[in-house]
Design a protein around this ligand. Structure first.
Ligand SMILES: NC(=O)c1ccc[n+]([C@@H]2O[C@H](COP(=O)([O-])OP(=O)(O)OC[C@H]3O[C@@H](n4cnc5c(N)ncnc54)[C@H](OP(=O)(O)O)[C@@H]3O)[C@@H](O)[C@H]2O)c1
Length: 317
């Protein structure tokens, strides 16, 4: 099979298409003939060798759709050890979900990893309700553009952050009430002004100064859910400040959902249901051939993209 392989950690030029053996499924794994693989910001961290370093040579890629070889059914799957940028994958059966007929492949792929992150950040941790004033960082991004739609669907007033006018327009088109420049020097004031009052719920995937400013802007009893550090600076939190401001900080990692198969399957089914009804509509921000994985990474990390990026693994160039 063909795969996009890295043999070192660093820049986007490291990706090379190679003919390699198909993965051998371990115990409890399925073989899937992949049609589309997703690109996630976590793949950028892995390519750079940040956080966790996969053994080399490595095939990155954490989410796929395709046909399960054993029964020919259309499935979506998460791959916790990579292997997505390839024509065949071997995901664990417990991370493999059937796709309903009402949901096209690309929508299923876009709403699984990123939709679960948005859903659990908003609902399980954020306890969103219709009175909330919500801020979504990277509000046109893969997770963010789904969070904007889900927050709006929950009845909240939503401010999306994005770094270009085109992305802010995209976030508004997806349902954000207002959009704010993510590089505004005083983000706290800017979002409170845009929402008409301080935010009560913030979803943060950027960290660093973005987290700091948005946390400080929270209304009393507000909460911030941190699920990413795209800005590469992790924050520490002063618990005494949380007491005086009466605010909360949550962290989210999708692995904790995957650890609970029932929670994973039920929330994936809910997202597919919403996607099937058109309540949740993933925007496809780019479709690249297998030889274009490096370009997809370059576009993602240069903050040029809106929505979900897909690799068409059956197309070489
Ligand atoms: N915790 C989990 O289990 C989990 C699961 C999935 C994803 N995530 C995290 O969720 C975040 C979003 O992932 P995604 O795949 O959907 O990516 P994405 O949002 O499509 O792309 C990243 C976005 O982050 C913003 N950004 C802010 N500072 C940045 C910087 N210094 N460099 C690059 N981008 C920056 C950019 O938006 P603007 O330019 O518009 O500001 C950029 O478009 C990532 O942090 C990812 O690691 C976490």
């Amino acid at each position: 099979m063909l795969a996009s392989v890295i043999t070192g950690f660093g820049g986007t030029e490291l990706f090379a298409v190679a003919e390699i053996p198909e993965p051998v499924p371990g115990p409890g794994a399925d073989v899937v003939d992949v049609t589309l693989a997703g690109v996630n910001y976590a793949d950028v961290h892995r390519r750079r060798g940040e956080h966790e370093k996969p053994p080399l040579p490595a095939v990155l890629g954490a989410d796929v759709v395709g046909r399960r070889r054993s029964d020919g059914r259309r499935v979506a799957a998460l791959l916790r050890s990579g292997g997505g940028y390839a024509q065949v994958a071997a995901p664990l059966r417990r991370y493999t979900v059937d796709i309903p007929d009402s949901v096209p492949d690309e929508q299923a792929l876009a709403v699984l990893e990123q939709g679960l992150t948005a859903w659990h950040s908003l609902h399980t941790l954020g306890r969103i309700d219709g009175d909330d004033l919500v801020v979504v960082t990277a509000g046109a991004g893969g997770v963010g553009h789904l969070a904007v739609q889900l927050a709006r669907w929950a009845g909240a007033r939503v401010a999306a952050l994005a770094s270009s006018p085109a992305k802010r327009e995209a976030a508004i088109a997806l349902g954000a009430h207002v959009a704010v420049d993510s590089q505004h020097p005083d983000l706290g004031t800017a979002v409170s002004r845009a929402l008409g009052a301080p935010p009560t719920l913030v979803l943060d995937s950027v960290g660093g100064k973005t987290f700091e400013q948005l946390q400080a802007a929270l209304a009393p009893f507000g909460r911030i859910v941190a699920y990413g550090v795209a800005g590469d600076v992790a924050n520490t939190v002063a618990v005494d400040d949380l007491m005086t401001t009466s605010t909360g900080v949550h962290g989210f990692w999708l692995q904790r959902v995957l650890d609970d198969e029932e929670l994973y399957r039920s929330s994936a089914a809910r997202l597919f249901h919403l996607a099937g009804r058109g309540v949740l509509r993933a925007r496809i921000g780019g479709r690249y051939p297998l030889a274009g994985v490096g370009q997809a990474h370059a576009d993602l990390e240069s903050r040029a993209t809106a929505g979900k990026l897909l690799i068409d693994v059956r197309r070489l160039t």
